[in-house]
Structures are given as C-alpha cells and as structure tokens.
Design a protein around this ligand. Structure first.
Ligand SMILES: Nc1nc2c(ncn2[C@@H]2O[C@H](COP(=O)(O)OP(=O)(O)O)[C@@H](O)[C@H]2O)c(=O)[nH]1
Ligand SMILES: [Mg+2]
Length: 309
C-alpha cells in the first residue's frame, strides 16, 4: 500500500526545501522513482508537477549561469569605475572604447559589471564599470557582495562622482569599498563637469583631500585624454617601445617597474633575455639618444630600447 498522496506531496516539498540546481534535480528524480506509477488520479498529477519542477529547475540554473557577473581579464591592467548611479560611468566607458552600452537618466541602467577595452598610449587596458554599489553592499544589499568581489580583483579604482552632486553620495560608496577591505590605487573623476558650476570640482577636491580629482566630461576630448593619462598613472605600469634593425614598434610593451633591460628582453623571448648583452636606449632613462647600457639598466616609461646580443 503506497503512502497517501497528500503525505507524499508534503514529503516531496520538504525534501526540496533549500535545494537548487543539480542537487534539486537529483532529489526530484529520486522522488519520481519513489512515486507509485499510476496513470491517472492524484499520483499522476504529482508526477506531472515533479516533471515540471525539473524543467523549471534547469531553466533557473541556466539563468543563474547567464547572470554570472565574473569579468574575464584582458589587457595589461584592469581598472574599475565605481560610483553612484547616473554619474556617467557607462558614458565614459563608451567614450573610451568601441562598446555599445545602455546609458540613461534613471538609476541602475547597468546591472552587471561591464568590461571594455581601451587603448592608452597603445597599450590595451580593461575598464570595468561596477554598477549599483549602494549602502549595505557588504551585507549583500543590491547584490553588493558579488560586485565587491569583482572590484577586489581590479588593479586600480576610479571613483566617479557627478561634479555637481553632493560628495556624500560618493562617500557612501567609498565606505563600502573600504569596509570590504579593498585598497587599490585610486583617484576621483568629477564627472559630467560640463553641467556643473565652475567651483564644483574644487568642492569635490575639498571633500576628498586624500584623492587626486580629475574633471571629466564625455563632451570634452581633452578631458577624456587627461582621464586616460590618470588611468595609466594608476596602473603603475611603464611603456617601453622595442627597436629592431632601426625600426621602432608601434605598440609599446607594458611592464611593472622596476624593470631592467633584461626584463624587456624576457617579454619578447626567454632566449633573448639569455642572449642579451645590454641595450641602446632612447628616452627618459637615457642620458643621451642611443646610450649604450648594460643588462641591469632600469628602463623608464616611454623609453625606446634596442636589445643587443
Ligand atoms: N552633459 C553630460 N551628460 C552626461 C555626461 N556623462 C553622462 N551623461 C548623461 O548622464 C546620464 C547617466 O549616464 P550613465 O552613463 O548611464 O551613468 P551611469 O549610471 O553612471 O553609468 C545619461 O543621460 C548620460 O547621457 C557628460 O559628461 N556630460
Ligand atoms: Mg551605467
């Protein structure tokens, strides 16, 4: 005699509580196997609802997968754009890259981190918009924990505050980042500066004396150039161009300082690093153009280096 169908239904419900994804599918299959095999009546209805449960569980699982917010790293460095909604983060990302992204005058237009590759002095750098970090993010408000997780892997942070807004808005976001123990090199972009009164940027700088503040407007190419320069400074990387047989590469190499001539050679090939007898150097680290230096000479940002064997 099978157990009454109502009892089975209750039992099934209890066994599925708190289970999701593969675990829930396994449990539903086990229940289906235990279910008396009637073609009609309440047991058949139960079977139908369990089969529907299987489908729904699979759909939910794939939705969770698609909504995963992890960002694949690309480029020489990853720099996060963080700030309250509507300050122009997406707009800056769009102005500096090829991506098409939703921007809007309403809050939370962007719900997930959005990566975009930009070139700074020829070096690809990944910018990532971190949307919707709100008060209580550390308690997972607004999905804050996952967002902070993405932020944790960034090499640097650009805090974005609307130049005309109350600096307290940004302070809330900064406090959440600090509470999460995240401490990366950072600066503040005073955004939408074209809309702000002349003294607005100074007010932001006064409110955050520990940060460099740069003015940004997506309508101002020169401001965007300064933004790029500041992002580059935050990465801490240096750019070195290689010269081979009198021709200089268009694309620089990016290195973490302190870096030597051998480190440059090693980026090209391990064999070259071994064969390297020194280099000729043009640029900031050279006393004169084409200076002959040894293997351990420290290169500087914007040097051109010809490796000698
Ligand atoms: N005037 C002006 N408007 C901007 C600027 N940057 C963004 N906006 C506008 O501000 C609104 C919010 O921008 P969005 O990029 O979506 O902000 P996000 O929520 O921080 O990503 C949009 O209507 C943008 O067109 C700017 O530099 N100047
Ligand atoms: Mg946005």
């Amino acid at each position: 005699m099978p157990m009454p169908h109502r009892t089975f239904a209750q039992l099934a419900k209890r066994r599925l509580v708190g289970k999701e994804g593969r675990e829930r599918v396994r449990e539903v299959n086990a229940l289906l196997a235990e279910l008396p095999d009637y073609r009609n009546g309440p047991y058949a209805d139960l079977r139908k609802s369990l089969l529907a449960e299987l489908d729904e569980t699979r759909i939910r699982a794939s939705a969770v997968h698609r909504d995963s917010i992890a960002v694949r790293r690309e480029g020489a460095a990853q720099v996060a754009l963080v700030g309250p909604p509507n300050v122009g983060k997406s707009s800056v990302l769009q102005a500096l890259s090829e991506i098409q992204i939703r921007t809007g005058d309403y809050a939370f237009t962007t719900l997930r981190p959005v990566p975009a590759l930009t070139r700074i002095g020829g070096v690809p750098v990944q910018l990532v918009e971190i949307p919707g970090l709100i008060a209580g993010a550390n308690e997972d408000r607004g999905g804050g924990r996952a967002l902070l997780g993405v932020l944790r892997s960034a090499d640097a942070i650009v805090y974005c505050a609307r130049a005309a807004a109350d600096p307290a808005e940004l302070r809330v976001v900064m406090d959440e980042v600090a509470a999460a123990g995240i401490d990366a090199p950072s600066c503040i972009a005073a955004t939408r500066a074209d809309e702000a009164p002349a003294d607005a940027v100074a007010a932001i700088a006064a409110a955050f004396p520990e940060h460099r503040v740069i003015e940004v407007s997506v309508l101002d190419e020169r401001a965007l150039d300064r933004f790029r320069d500041e992002v580059w400074r935050l990465t801490g990387l240096i750019r070195v161009r290689l010269r081979t047989n009198g021709a200089t590469d268009e694309e620089p190499l990016a290195l973490h300082p302190p870096a030597t001539v051998v480190d440059v050679a090693d980026l090209v090939h391990h064999d070259l690093a071994e064969a390297c007898a020194g280099a000729r150097v043009w640029g900031p680290s050279a006393r004169f153009d084409g200076q002959r230096v040894g293997r351990d000479h420290l290169v500087a940002d914007l040097d051109t280096v010809e490796i000698l064997r």
